[in-house]
Design a protein around this ligand. Structure first.
Ligand code: SAM
Length: 368
């Protein structure tokens, strides 16, 4: 259980109804400045991680002196549930729990259980997904599934010990992550997705071995272009291995055929092996920005609402509003105003602004 002791203001029935009205007035028409609806919410449940991936939480910065958020600053499960309920009224269909490493959040199963009871405005179950580095997944897979988690994505940047150690800057054996992937499949997650971030000269020699390893497994391997998230990873365009290049390299070994997107706005370009041995995804987050289709809001570990992964500032402080006793109606208006004012399209502008983009928020805090 989430044991932090805190007074949660319970909204009255009248307030809840007023909030529903505010949402209803907006929901049909709630579009941002680029006519994008609000459909996904990513929630960072902790800013801590048990790996130190060099491109995400480099050890030089996230060391023993780094000030992670104290427990009282984190949104409680009740606060997360309340915020999620309000988001649903605007048409949110899917929640992704992330971090940091979400499985480090004590009692995460209880949060999933709460969220999985919620329904979308159409009365369908809310889809709950989770992204993890897999270190703790083998032992938690069954409980997560039983709690109502629908989908799991595991990050894995290499198969050899040397590459994995280099990317994750840890002593975790790669076999531990592979066991977790197998455990996730064994308890019924289907399909399990595996995300591989590519950094030129560091792990791109493992593109084909990874493809080979996950063919015929039912697992969807997705290659992600390394992005200039945050301000600590020293990103350079030269380090990016493009989706086009990945496609070329794999195609030489295993012919590929394009697959239609599973749903509008799907960020991964889907390709299937022509011999029927499975499917891969290519996420061209840098070279083919998908800002125009981005329907995601992000909730930081301490309850700030961000409207872009590359944000330099938050759009609304929902935790502050909750803890001073703000009503559902007020929170609903905050969310709506924030989304209505959204005009982010950072990835489309990246080539002109990278140099001058200022201090960006770290992914561990805002949620990857
Ligand atoms: N700890 C969990 C994990 O490892 O999956 C969840 C959080 S992590 C920030 C989420 C995803 O973001 C991981 O797949 C990670 O590889 C990816 N990621 C982090 N920094 C990135 C970057 N600079 N470019 C592209 N992907 C990145």
């Amino acid at each position: 259980m989430d044991k932090s002791i805190r007074i949660i203001p319970i909204s009255s029935l009248a307030d809840q109804l007023a909030a529903v009205d505010v949402a209803r007035n907006y929901s049909e028409s709630l579009l941002d400045g680029m006519h994008r609806p609000l459909r996904d919410l990513r929630i960072s449940v902790t800013d801590r991680c048990n790996l130190r991936c060099t491109y995400c939480m480099p050890r030089e910065i996230f060391d023993h002196e780094h000030a992670f958020l104290p427990r009282a600053e984190l949104l409680s499960f009740e606060e997360i549930e309340r915020i999620t309920r309000l988001f649903i009224r605007f048409g949110v269909q899917k929640i992704r729990l992330t971090g940091g490493e979400p499985l480090l959040r004590h009692g995460i199963e209880q949060l999933i259980e709460k969220l999985s009871r919620l329904q979308t405005v159409e009365g369908k179950p809310l889809e709950i997904a989770l992204t993890t580095n897999g270190v703790l997944l083998a032992r938690k897979a069954r409980a997560l599934r039983d709690a109502g988690l629908a989908r799991v994505t595991v990050s894995l940047d290499g198969l050899s010990e040397a590459t994995f150690r280099h990317m994750s800057d840890s002593r975790v054996p790669v076999g531990m992550v592979l066991e977790s992937i197998a455990a996730a499949q064994a308890v019924g997650f289907a399909p399990v997705k595996v995300n591989m971030v590519l950094k030129r000269g560091v792990n791109d020699h493992e593109i084909v071995p990874m493809a080979e390893h996950f063919r015929n497994s039912g697992i969807i391997l997705r290659f992600i272009e390394y992005m200039d998230v945050g301000s600590s990873n020293g990103w350079r365009m030269d380090d990016v291995v493009t989706a086009k290049e990945v496609h070329e390299r794999i195609r030489r070994h295993y012919p590929l055929q394009a697959v239609e997107p599973g749903y509008p706005g799907e960020v991964a370009e889907r390709w299937r092996y022509m011999d029927g041995s499975g499917e891969i995804g290519l996420i061209a987050s840098v070279t083919q920005a998908f800002c125009h289709e981005c329907t995601r809001a992000r909730l930081s570990t301490d309850g700030k609402l961000y409207t872009c992964l590359f944000a330099t500032a938050f759009g609304a402080d929902l935790r502050e509003a909750i803890r001073r006793g703000g009503s559902d109606r007020e929170l609903t208006s905050l969310i709506a105003d924030c989304w209505a004012q959204r005009n982010d399209r950072y990835s489309l502008l990246r080539h002109t602004t990278t140099e001058a983009s200022g201090e960006k928020i770290e992914m561990s805090y805002i949620g990857g």
